[in-house]
Design a protein around this ligand. Structure first.
Ligand SMILES: [Zn+2]
Length: 175
């Protein structure tokens, strides 16, 4: 499974065989810093054209009223709102398509504040990802995170609990 948290920035997590895959140095799943346009704008990481710069909440906000949270801009309405959301969803779909070709997951789950945009946003991301990925890689499910906005923090808490349980079991086995 691939989880993508889309908020101010974009984060991700990969599970292989129901276990979190951290990678060699612990940064696996950094999909927000995958380059999709080498000539794009500068990302917080210092490189250009990362997925963060075109698909995140901050990227959408910057096309409308920079510095005003997306949720407020959605409430207020803006003539370019639908276009900005649509362009960001397409960019996210392209970034996810690259991940689909690389990982071929069964399921992609989208969470974070931007995922609160709901089903129409999810459908646009999924349609783009499926059309940009290998046909076989595009045969995966797309869902909104059940824990919604809090999915990332719920996952972090569950991970800490799991590790605590594992380390106490290890200590017991030494006795
Ligand atoms: Zn970056």
């Amino acid at each position: 499974m691939l989880f993508v948290a889309v908020g101010t920035g974009i984060g991700g997590a990969i599970t292989l065989g129901n276990r979190l895959w951290r990678g060699h140095t612990g940064v696996a799943g950094e999909i927000g810093n995958v380059t999709i346009d080498r000539h794009g704008s500068t990302c917080w990481c210092g490189r250009k054209g990362c997925l963060n710069t075109s698909a995140s909440g901050a990227a959408i906000e910057s096309q409308l009223e920079p510095g005003v949270p997306l949720s407020q801009q959605v409430q207020r309405g803006h003539p370019l709102l639908d276009l900005a959301i649509d362009q960001a969803a397409v960019a996210l779909g392209i970034g996810i398509a690259n991940a689909l070709n690389l990982l071929n997951p069964a399921l992609v789950v989208l969470g974070g504040g931007v995922a609160e945009l709901g089903q129409a946003w999810l459908d646009k991301v999924a349609a783009t990802a499926r059309s940009e990925a290998f046909p076989e890689a595009g045969q995966c499910g797309f869902e909104l995170a059940r824990a919604g906005y809090e999915a990332g923090s719920v996952g972090a808490a569950l991970l800490a609990m799991e590790q605590l349980k594992r380390s106490s079991l290890t200590q017991l086995s030494y006795r």
